[in-house]
Design a protein around this ligand. Sequence first.
Ligand SMILES: [Zn+2]
Length: 467
Amino acid sequence: MADRIWSYAEMRYREFQSAELHATALEAEGFKLTRGVAGMPTAFVAEAGSGGPVIGFLGEYDALAGLNQASGALECRPDPERTLNQGHGCGHHLLGTAAHLAAVVARDYLQKHRLPGTVRFYGCPAEEAAAGKTFMARAGLFDDLDAALSWHPSVANSVFMNATLANVQAYFRFRGKSAHAALAPHLGRSALDAAELMNIGVNYLREHMPEQARVHFAYIDSGGPSTNVIPAYAELLYTVRANRIDEALALFERVEQVARGAAMMTGTSVEMVFDKAVSNVLHNDALDRVMAEQMEAIGALDVSDEERAFAAQIQATLAPDDLSNSSKHFAAALRDPQPIVTGVLPYSATASRPVTGSTDMGDVSWAAPTTQCLTACFAWGTGFHSWQMVSQGKASLAHKGMLLAAKCLAATGVALVRRPDVLQEAARELAGKRGGAPYRCPIPADVLPPPARDAAAAQAQAEAVRA
Ligand SMILES: [Zn+2]
């Protein structure tokens, strides 16, 4: 498959080697493993200890399609040794590893100090363009957690203070009637026309959307390369984002109406296939304050001159816009670009939260009190999902940032075991933010996770062949 570009849809939920590496290492550490949870072969739960409180560490290990990049290179250049074109453009290889280490260290500490409590590591697949954790949340895997802890590799050290957008994603499949485009155009009904009209309709919707809502689309199938054949089939993928999950679901319904309108206008039919959804992150100030204390106590990153020089070289490949976009997400004090931001940025629960993308940590944060941190694994200004991020993914700074994250997570987990009052406060805070209602998964109950979906489709096809 060396010469083929994998689509993101094919890439998702296929982290077989990474998931197994984590699982077997945790088993060797004495954790009790449950593999293949929530209908996903690469999702697992590892548990150690007993009784309460229950502290969960969440790790990811998925990559991005189209980002094969030579490690350490200062230009966009694929690694010829790699047979697939994926790359760790979001640092999830570091994310899973630090959370894994934190779980083991926290378990060791509780054991050594004879403290009660259960430590879990959640192996969470398919965060990118997917929703592994949302399916895990729907399966109730986080319901008994007193605290969920995670982090994300970044360009600065801080508690995770950004707002994230909720999203809803679905395929729209238009079916029409093929005909010769010149000989019998009146007999054809173009599925491509329907897809185009849906996009135009949605573009008119943009003026009337809630602030910060975003709608993205891609052609999965435009109906074929011929101009003289009226396309009988066309398929679009839509992602709808908004500040809150209820807003995203409401906006998605309006997008669905536009699709139906486009089908009516063109005499075609449309089928909506729900793919996934993720909720916005609910910040938990009670837990975030403990994370902030621990980060402050552990202190700044110690970096070498070589690391600074490499970071400066990476920065030289970035546009001024990239650097100022990084600043937008962190304190105004950092407007002055520097190669590596080593200090811990001050925590504030009340400062305005800049909006970032979406993450399936959102659903975890609705199911259980959640705190996350960021650490500097990359040069200041490095954009996420970029070749520069992949290039820095194995460098010594990435390792240092990863270890700092593991320390912050483990220390926060242990501090929380010693502070039942904070855990109670965190639970009350979450109940209040949910308005007294339980967590409701935004993915409909009949939508299976993609691996189970694919298996069901393959079985249906095999049965059809036999019949
Ligand atoms: Zn990420």
